[in-house]
Every structure is written in structure tokens, then in C-alpha cells.
Design a protein around this ligand. Structure first.
Ligand code: AGP
Length: 617
């Protein structure tokens, strides 16, 4: 994780770097720092905590300069402290910011220490600064020496990195490099920038070059940009215009990004469907020209993802088996990548990721490519991300930038994409259980979904009242059945990550096999109860909870006859086609966790110990 920014500008870059870091805080917020070339010297500010602390340091003692690099950290090697904050310097000659992990740093550090280098941090990054210092010793004084030095030393780095580098040896240059961690170049007017995410640079440009794995880039005074690939050949990379606008970077009228993103769901659900449906079915070409052939061949599916994206994959398993008749396995990437999966003939590999940069998911994709799958479909929210570039077929979820660490609109748009995938697969296979009539019904239900979501969001005030019952709780249980068990998992994850309340999710039928022992009058039990085949079974499970004195909170279809009692609070949701109920029942659970977190006074958008984009193992 971590976020990096760099600038070679015609003006003081301190404000640009600070604004960039604030926009990257979702990637980590343990400490922050910047180095600026001030009167020919590397001048550094660092502070523990959020970027606001760095901002205050810079305000106390401004040292302006027209080139600089900056970093916001999510600690991996070494605790959050000023000494461990980036940029890391080697003597007064080299400064480095780094996102990723240098896996061979211990051996390299021992070698550098033996050669006389003094380390001042516990980080893996500091080796890069000293390696560069040595490489500059061996270089000529010609222009381009720093560029060459970075190209040389990256050969010694194992693991993952996105780098920003400066040196007094060439005071008008910033060098960037990427391998395994994202890095974009912002193209300005006679200026050039670097960042982990285009969002960081939207106040200064909307034109971006997405660097490829192994690329090294030189940004020079006047906005000159030079890129070489992993074997040192000069390359031209296309410039993309950022199309989402800059609205995503502000909270607008909302108190938190998370709330804004929850409320954006009707709009982004519509965006995710746009141009992908006819009146009767999904347009299979939305997945790419080869999709129809590949889907017709598909006999099995393996879905790999992490966290919330994994929960979306679990929902899709129910859909793909029920409607497309294809067997599905779903697994978290961090386990899959270290197994020896047996891949049956004609199996399609599917990854899900909001960011497209999650290290475990990318490693799983790369591993899968060696295992004989017929192809890899990537369902992703970030255009140009590694996952998109490395997949054979892609479907963009079109949620727009998601800033809150807790995933909300990214999840529901993943579900839309997965329903489109289910319909496309069913359409491409002659033996799918879904007939044309049912396909048409689901398509119509998808088209009607956004306004129904709006109705559920209108329950916000009632959900806020419910949330008061959770503020003093330490534990909670979430229940669901069938495709709503993953929704219960997602509800529990939301509550855990932003309110720090311990929450677990169970398929409601599993409660009697152990977890029922936890239920007493102090245990809130949250359940979703759509009108589906499993409703009567679920009602019996809820009775089991009531009989043990549990406090029930049920989000139920208005037609299913579940009503409030002394020990049961019920919020009724509009009726929805059974296939789309998982999408709708996600919304009240998001709002519930949000309000509990607000009541508890936690940092909703940047919960402790977490980061949005997990680009380390
Ligand atoms: C959920 O709220 C988290 N942000 C987290 O579980 C996230 O879904 C996970 O890290 C995967 O991220 P990705 O979708 O960007 O790959």
C-alpha cells in the first residue's frame, strides 16, 4: 500500500504534493513526508500520523522548491515513527519514496552496512537510497546519470515497488519506476508528475500515462518525459484522458466518503448496466470480442478475490450454478496462490477486484496463467490497472473512484457485473437452466433496480435509530441463507472494519451447530430475509434465536409476514426479483455499520490499521 507523489513543475510543489498525499491517504495513513529540492539541497519534512500533521510541519517551516517527492505510509517494515517515514535519504545526496516491499532487503542491507552505510530506519526502503548513492559514485556526471542509476539498481530489488527518486546530482529531475505496484505519470503543461493513482493529480492534470511493469521514467524540468521498458529500450506509452471528473475527490454535502459512496449506488448501478443490455438479454460483446466463444466453451469457473470482492464472488457462485448451470469454486487469493489447484478441462479463471492492484489477486492471476485455464476474465473498477491489463477479457464495474476504505459501491457494481456475466454465460450455453423468459424477467428487474435502491436508501433515518442499539455492544452475529449468506458476511465485515465491533456471519441453518451458544440478551443478531425459497427455513432459524433470548434485527421483504415484537426489530424492504435481492439487502447493512461507526466516533473513511489498496502480500 502507501501512496507516492512526485512533481517537476514551474511553481512551488509543496501544495501539489500535500494535496496529492491527502487524496492518497486511503492507501495508508500511519505517517507522511516530503522532500523538496530547496536551493539545490534535499530538504525533508516528516510527521507521524495523517497528512494533516505533515501539512502543519510544512506550514511551520516552508522550504519551497519546484521539484519534490512525497509519501503517505501504511507500515509494513518498522512501526509508524518519524524515522521510518518516507522519504528515505542516503547522505544528503539521494531521496527515495517507495510503495511495495523489497523482499531481499535484509541481505542487501547487510552488504551495504558492511560497505559502511549507516541505516537510520527499520524500513526495507532505505536500502534503495543507499544502492542509488553507490550507483551514483560509479556514474559519470553527465545528464541522465540518475536515470541510468535507477535502471541499474532495480535489477538488485526483489519484490514489489513503485519508486520516486531525487538526487542533488541532477536537481531538475525526478525518476519513477514500477514493478508490482501502481504508478502513473501525470502530463502537465511544461510540467510532469508521478503518483500511485491519477486521483492524486487531478488538480493539476487530467492526462495520464499508465506505466507498465518494469518501466523506468525520467521527469525533467520543462515537462520532458522519457520512459524505458524493463530491458532498457526507450518506449512511448499512450496518454489517457481521465474521464471521471474530479467530483470523486470531494465529499460534497456528505459527512464521509463512505456515506457519499453508499448514496451513489443507484447512479453507478445504472452506469454499470448502460449499453450492456438489450430488451431480452445481456450483450455478450460487452466482455470483449472473444467472450462468446470462450463462454460457450466454459465448463467450470474458478473465482479468486479478496475481502469484499471475495464476498461478491461467493454470491456469484449461487447465480452461476442456478442460472448458467456451471460448477463454480470461489477462493480467497492469498490461499489459492499457495495451493496446487487441479484445473479441470475448459475452466475459466475469474478475478474480482475494485482496485485491480491487490497483490494477492494479481499473484493468483499470474499463477493461474501457468495452470491451463482457457482464459482469464477480470472484473474490475479501475481502468488501466494491472488486473485489467493482464486479463484476457475484462468487464469494468464503472463505480467511479471509491475513496472510503470500506468498500460499498464497488461491491454492488461487482454484483451487477457478475449478474451480467451469469446472463452472458447462460446465453452462450445451450444447456443453461435459465430459459429466455426468465432471462428477460431478470433483465427487466435489472433495469428497474436503481429506483428500488433509492427507496431502500430512504430508510436511512430508521436505520440510524436502529444503530443506537449497537453502540455499546462488543459482538454481533449476522445471518443469511443461500446467496444471502455472503451478504451476511459482507455486513459483518463492514461492521468490523469501521466500528471495531467483533462480528461474525453464519448461514442461518448452521447456527444450531455451535454458534447458538453465543446467543443471549446481550447478543444482537442481524438477519436479512428476502422473499425466496429459503424463507420458511430462515423463519425457523430466527425462532431459534428468539427462544434463546437473542435481540433480533431483521431486514425483511414487506410481503413475508415478519413483524416486530419486543425482542425483534424489523425494517421492511420493497419487494424485488429474487435474483437481485442480494444487491438490495446489502444497502441497509452498509448504512447500519456506517451509523454505528459514527456513533462510536471511529474514523469511518480511514479505519485503523487498514488501507484501501492492498498492494503488499
Ligand atoms: C472491504 O471493505 C475492504 N476494502 C477490503 O476487504 C477489499 O475489498 C479487499 O482488500 C480487496 O480489494 P480489491 O477489491 O481492490 O482487490
Amino acid at each position: 500500500m502507501c501512496g507516492i507523489v512526485g512533481a517537476v513543475a514551474q511553481r512551488n510543489v509543496q501544495g501539489i504534493l500535500l494535496e496529492g498525499l491527502k487524496r492518497l491517504e486511503y492507501r495508508g495513513y500511519d505517517s507522511a513526508g516530503m522532500t523538496v529540492m530547496h536551493q539545490g539541497a534535499l530538504t525533508r519534512h516528516r510527521a507521524v500520523g495523517k497528512v494533516a500533521a505533515l501539512d502543519a510541519r510544512v506550514a511551520e517551516k516552508s522550504l519551497p522548491g519546484v521539484i519534490g517527492i512525497a509519501h503517505t505510509r501504511w507500515a509494513t517494515h518498522g512501526k509508524p515513527s518519524e524515522a521510518n517515514a518516507h522519504p528515505h535519504h542516503s547522505t544528503d545526496r539521494v531521496a527515495v519514496v517507495h510503495n511495495g516491499i523489497i523482499e531481499n532487503h535484509e541481505r542487501t542491507k547487510a552488504r551495504l552496512q558492511a560497505a559502511g552505510h549507516v541505516f537510520t530506519s527499520e524500513t526495507d526502503t532505505e536500502v534503495i537510497a543507499h544502492l542509488l548513492n553507490d550507483a551514483l559514485d560509479d556514474a559519470s556526471d553527465e545528464r541522465g546519470a540518475l536515470f541510468a542509476a535507477v535502471q541499474h539498481i532495480v535489477n538488485d530489488l526483489g519484490g514489489a515497488y513503485a519508486l520516486g527518486v531525487m538526487s542533488v546530482s541532477e536537481p531538475d529531475v525526478v525518476i519513477g519506476a514500477r514493478q508490482g505496484s501502481p504508478l502513473v505519470v501525470g502530463v502537465g503543461i511544461d510540467e510532469a508528475f508521478l503518483a500511485s493513482d491519477p486521483l492524486a493529480l487531478l488538480p493539476v492534470t487530467d492526462r495520464f500515462i499508465y506505466l507498465e511493469e518494469g518501466d523506468v521514467v525520467e521527469l525533467r524540468d520543462g515537462g520532458h518525459i522519457r520512459i524505458v521498458n524493463r530491458v532498457g529500450q526507450p518506449v512511448e506509452r499512450p496518454i489517457h484522458v481521465f474521464e471521471h471528473g474530479d467530483g470523486a475527490a470531494s465529499k460534497g454535502e456528505y459527512r464521509h466518503f463512505m456515506l457519499k459512496e453508499i448514496y451513489e449506488q443507484p447512479a453507478v448501478i445504472s452506469a454499470a448496466l448502460e449499453g450492456r443490455l438489450s430488451d431480452t438479454g445481456v450483450l455478450v460483446e460487452s466482455f470483449g470480442p472473444e467472450a462468446a466463444t470462450l463462454f460457450a466453451r466454459t465448463r467450470q469457473i474458478h473465482i479468486i478475490a479478496c475481502g469484499t470482492s471475495y464476498h461478491a464472488g461467493l454470491v456469484a457462485r449461487y447465480w452461476l450454478e442456478r442460472y448458467a448451470g456451471v460448477p463454480v469454486q470461489v477462493e480467497v487469493a492469498s490461499e489459492y496462490r499457495y495451493r496446487h489447484p487441479v484445473v479441470p478441462e475448459d475452466t475459466l479463471f475469474v478475478t474480482l477486484s475494485q482496485s485491480g492492484e491487490t497483490a494477492d489477486t494479481l499473484a493468483a492471476l499470474r499463477y493461474a496463467k501457468t495452470l491451463g485455464y482457457i482464459g482469464a476474465l477480470g472484473i474490475c473498477n479501475v481502468p488501466g490497472s494491472s488486473l485489467v491489463r493482464e486479463s484476457d477479457l475484462t468487464l469494468m464495474t464503472r463505480a467511479g473512484p471509491e475513496i472510503g476504505v470500506a468498500s460499498t459501491k464497488a461491491f454492488t457494481t461487482q454484483l451487477i457485473a457478475l449478474m451480467l456475466f451469469t446472463l452472458a454465460l447462460a446465453k452462450s450455453r445451450s444447456d443453461a437452466p435459465l430459459d429466455a423468459g426468465e432471462q428477460g424477467e431478470i433483465v427487466q428487474a435489472l433495469k428497474a433496480l436503481a429506483p428500488i435502491c433509492q427507496q431502500v436508501l430512504a430508510l436511512n433515518d430508521e436505520i440510524e435509530v436502529l444503530s443506537q442499539a449497537f453502540a455499546e455492544k462488543h459482538h454481533a452475529l449476522f445471518l443469511g441463507r443461500g446467496a444471502h449468506f455472503p451478504i451476511a458476511l459482507e455486513g459483518a465485515l463492514k461492521l468490523k472494519e469501521i466500528s471495531y465491533i467483533h462480528a461474525e456471519a453464519y448461514p442461518a441453518g448452521e447456527l444450531k451447530h455451535g454458534p447458538l451458544a453465543l446467543v443471549d440478551s446481550e447478543m444482537p443478531v442481524i438477519s436479512v430475509a428476502p422473499n425466496d425459497d429459503l424463507l420458511e427455513k430462515l423463519k425457523s432459524n430466527l425462532q431459534e434465536v428468539r427462544a434463546r433470548g437473542g435481540q433480533l434485527f431483521v431486514f425483511a421483504d414487506k410481503n413475508v409476514g415478519i413483524h416486530a415484537h419486543d425482542d425483534t426489530q424489523v425494517l421492511h424492504l420493497p419487494h424485488i426479483h429474487e435474483a437481485l435481492a442480494p444487491l438490495l439487502y446489502t444497502l441497509p447493512l452498509q448504512l447500519l455499520s456506517y451509523h454505528v461507526a459514527v456513533l462510536k466516533g471511529t474514523d469511518v473513511d480511514q479505519p485503523r490499521n487498514l488501507a484501501k489498496s492492498v498492494t503488499v502480500e
